[in-house]
Design a protein around this ligand. Structure first.
Ligand SMILES: [Zn+2]
Length: 294
């Protein structure tokens, strides 16, 4: 999607459709998916796949979110409101960060505090240490910083131990990734860990895999699993297969608001179709991508 077809269709087709009332408003909740808040250029990466949001753009996005009437919350608060049918009373947007980068603490957290927003961070526990470690060449949080953020209201979930491609692993290794990351987080934070983020593109076309993964997560006491599948969360959705909205520096006001309002949800169906076709024709999903191919 180098020509930014996703952006073009969202703004020129799906947004006008929703304005004419063809796409009905519903009590869905947007779950924003961030990775790094930094000025990483990602020059050779097409806009859709970029993972960095510049500090300046992030501050703008949180202003747009607040101006649109949304309160930014941790995932569990958004899910509780959805379950209670309260989501339509006060517009909530869950804000999530994957990979445990240090720049959350330095660049994102002050902005969130200005708005009285909170968020959920998903940590690959093998890259969080008493001493600072790095993941993909970027510094990660330390356990002291994680505890400090938790004391100030940030929620934490598991993003496995090693940030492995779970779909490629045998089930006993998958089980270890889910279990050991959960117990490590629980030990460091002295509380139960109930949320999980699937690393890399979620294999949504493999129903046997996603059903068994959900079963495994439920058995370990997890209550939710967020994925890279694009869309907002609807009240009837399966909490072990939650869609998110990827956000990065390329999300200007028009595209960011269109995503919040549901005008990007069509991409979830397009993703599913593409993945099913690739599976039928024997093509594999792109390797190493943190977002699902559109
Ligand atoms: Zn990740």
């Amino acid at each position: 999607m180098t020509a930014r077809l996703d952006r073009h269709l969202t703004l020129s087709l799906f947004r006008p459709l929703s304005r004419t009332g063809w796409v009905k408003a519903d009590p869905s909740v947007p779950v924003l998916m961030y990775h790094s808040i930094s000025d990483d250029a990602e020059k050779d990466v097409p806009p859709y796949y970029r993972l960095a949001t510049s500090p300046q753009r992030f501050a703008e996005q949180m202003n747009w979110l607040a101006d649109a009437g949304f309160r930014g919350v941790a995932l569990d608060e958004a899910l509780a409101a959805l379950a209670d049918g309260e989501a339509s009373l006060e517009p909530l947007a869950a804000i999530t960060f994957d990979d445990g980068f240090r720049d959350f603490h330095t660049a994102a957290w002050p902005v969130l505090q200005n708005h009285n927003f909170t968020a959920t961070m998903y940590l690959p526990t093998g890259f969080i240490g008493a001493q600072r470690k790095s993941f993909h060449g970027k510094e990660c949080l330390t356990w002291n910083e994680v505890r400090e953020l938790r004391a100030q209201g940030i929620r934490f979930g598991s993003h496995t131990v090693n940030h492995s491609k779970l779909h490629d692993l045998p089930w006993n290794a998958i089980s270890d990734e889910l279990k050991l990351s959960q117990s490590h987080l629980a030990r460091e934070l002295a509380e139960p860990i109930v949320s999980f983020a699937y690393p890399y593109a979620f294999p949504q076309e493999d129903r046997r895999f996603s059903n068994r993964l959900a079963e495994l997560l439920r058995g370990l006491g997890y209550e939710s699993c967020v994925t890279t599948v694009v869309g907002r969360v609807r009240p009837q959705d399966d909490w072990f297969n939650l869609k998110r909205l990827p956000v990065n520096s390329c999300d200007d006001e028009a595209l960011f608001l269109a995503k919040l309002q549901g005008n990007y949800d069509w991409l979830g169906s397009a993703q599913r179709l593409v993945r099913q076709v690739k599976r039928l024709t024997g093509q594999s999903a792109p390797r190493g991508s943190e977002t699902s191919a559109p």
